[in-house]
Design a protein around this ligand. Structure first.
Ligand SMILES: [Zn+2]
Length: 307
């Protein structure tokens, strides 16, 4: 993990392109992603496919890759009847696989961000898209603290460059993460919110308020949005800028629609159009751009062209 303030300030210099979606790409490679813990399952059963997806994104031009750990948590494992202790090993293993992929490109500076999904992602019921949890604030802190502690105590060489708290639906969850990070001032993190319209996060708070809150944490190196419709991004960049002066990152979904009733994606995504939008987002103030659900290396290649 990047130690100290100087390292934190220079960590993202020259970094512009984040990777894209993991699930759709693993599926494309033939991995079985059915079930509530799909990425965790692939971590254990087909780690080589995870490395292959990381490589596909680095080849497409990504400067940062995110680990396959979005759904990995002790609570999430316990929810599906797995030994919670296995989650800690899976979390560390996800970092090792990302490091393995990055090491194949010795001439490039590739950062590894540990993907840490919200509390709702461990409930497997879509709660991360409204943020109305039935747990206490202390539960939220404890949920995040466990994973932070596992990553912070990993052996040298197996630590991520930063922690990516993403798809955060509410101000309360962001504040809980801040509390959980409290005993680790040496860590570096970004905070990325999922938004429901041009101004508000999924739970309803103004994005600018959320950005201002997380920018006050010493660990925060960037603020952003992900898992959000691309058509909302331009306005949301302005919200982020109103709230903080940190690096702005955006990684929305592909633009396809999610049909919750039939549990399937609808429409198609035009990668060229995504690249053109990325150009507008850079001009609007985004400094790092990638992709979330349903984005693929072709999208990231267009983002790289747009830089
Ligand atoms: Zn997404």
């Amino acid at each position: 993990m990047a130690k100290g303030i100087l390292n934190r300030e220079s960590l993202l210099s020259g970094v512009h392109v984040l990777d894209g979606g993991l699930a759709s790409e693993l599926e494309y490679l033939g991995a079985d992603i059915r079930g509530p813990l799909w990425s965790a399952r692939v971590l254990e059963e087909a780690p080589e496919k995870i490395v292959a997806v990381h490589r596909a994104y680095i080849d497409a031009g990504a400067d940062i890759i995110e680990t396959a750990s979005y759904q990995v948590s002790r609570m999430g494992y316990a929810e599906v009847g797995l030994d919670p202790a296995r989650a800690d090993g899976a979390l560390r293993n996800s970092v090792a696989l990302a490091r393995e992929a990055a090491a194949l490109y010795p001439d490039r500076r590739i950062l590894v961000a540990a993907s840490l999904g919200p509390y709702g992602a461990a409930l497997h019921n879509g709660a991360e898209y409204h943020g109305n949890y039935s747990c206490t604030f202390a539960d939220l802190i404890e949920f995040h603290r466990q994973r932070i502690d596992v990553l912070a105590s990993a052996p040298p060489g197996l630590t991520p460059d930063l922690l990516a708290f993403e798809t955060i639906p509410s101000l309360a969850e962001a504040e809980a993460v801040g509390q959980a990070l409290g005993s680790h001032p040496e860590l570096t993190a970004w905070f990325s919110f999922t938004c429901r319209d041009e101004q508000h996060v999924a739970h309803g708070e103004r994005l600018r308020q959320c950005a201002a809150a997380v920018a006050s944490f010493p660990q925060t190196v960037a603020v952003g949005i992900n898992c959000t419709q691309p058509s909302l991004v331009r306005s949301l960049i302005a919200e982020l800028r109103e709230g903080s002066d940190r690096t702005i990152l955006v990684y929305p979904n592909s633009g396809e629609g999610w049909d919750a009733e039939h549990r399937r994606w609808t429409g198609t995504s035009d990668t060229r159009a995504y690249g053109e939008e990325a150009r507008e987002w850079f001009e609007a103030g985004a400094q790092i751009i990638g992709g979330c659900c349903r984005t693929r290396p072709a999208h990231i290649r267009e983002v790289r062209t747009a830089v």
